[in-house]
Design a protein around this ligand. Sequence first.
Ligand code: PXL
Length: 278
Amino acid sequence: MKRIVTIQDISCVGKCSLTVALPIISAMGVEAAVLPTAVLSTHTMFKGFTFRDLSNDIPKIAEHWEKEKFNFDAIYTGYLGSIEQINMLKDFFKQFKTNDNFIFIDPVMGDNGKLYTGFNQKFALEMKELCRMADIVVPNLTEASYMLERQYKENYTEKEIKEILVELTNLGPKQAILTGVSFKSNELGVMSYNKETNEFFTYFKEKIPVKYHGTGDIFSSTLVGAMVVNNNTLEESLKIAVDYVWETINDTYKTNKEDAYGVNFEIKIPYLINRLQK
Ligand code: PXL
């Protein structure tokens, strides 16, 4: 069985990070090993959340895994709690990167032009350094703008999106994906760039006029899972991930338009499994 190790926080309530990565990766038929970076009572959009930093455990867990000679088909990082953790992950990557696996970084830091509570520009620049070690990076436009020190804009031209993608791959990764891309008011989707083939790829769906929390983590978990489970290409996996996220948003929108807390991704797991077989 294939195995992905995912490195991000546990937000105990508020469907995101590990509480979505674990069920989604498992449902796709891939073992999900976890390296939790922090435990929070909720994600950081709630007021008064608790935060326990688990950085001290990271090197010890890695050392044990190295002794056990564990290997991973993909190393997938999401929300990281501190700059110290970013530096620990540089060592983790050196320990567990092989010729047969890939490093997939979702530099979770913000959305809608703003960084999440707890992050600042310095953190974004450290995250950029980590991204140099990735094979694939998956920022949204906010995260890409902070890392590349570009002004965030509500609307980008296709030329600008392409420039950002090329800049991201210039850091090191072979492939970069931007999420939350839109060139028409009724469309939303992704654009990717493959440095080796010099090809861009876009995939859009009809825009649903609402934003829910945690959809970026659902997207990344599905994308990395789809790439690993059947050795799907990035392009095919992008379609699967966009389609699944769209279904989860649409279902939530139909049933509870006001809910900003997370999407009904669980109900759509059968859809995802079917979609993988197509
Ligand atoms: O969904 C991204 C995410 C992950 N983890 C924590 C968060 C957020 C977004 O706010 O707060 C703790």
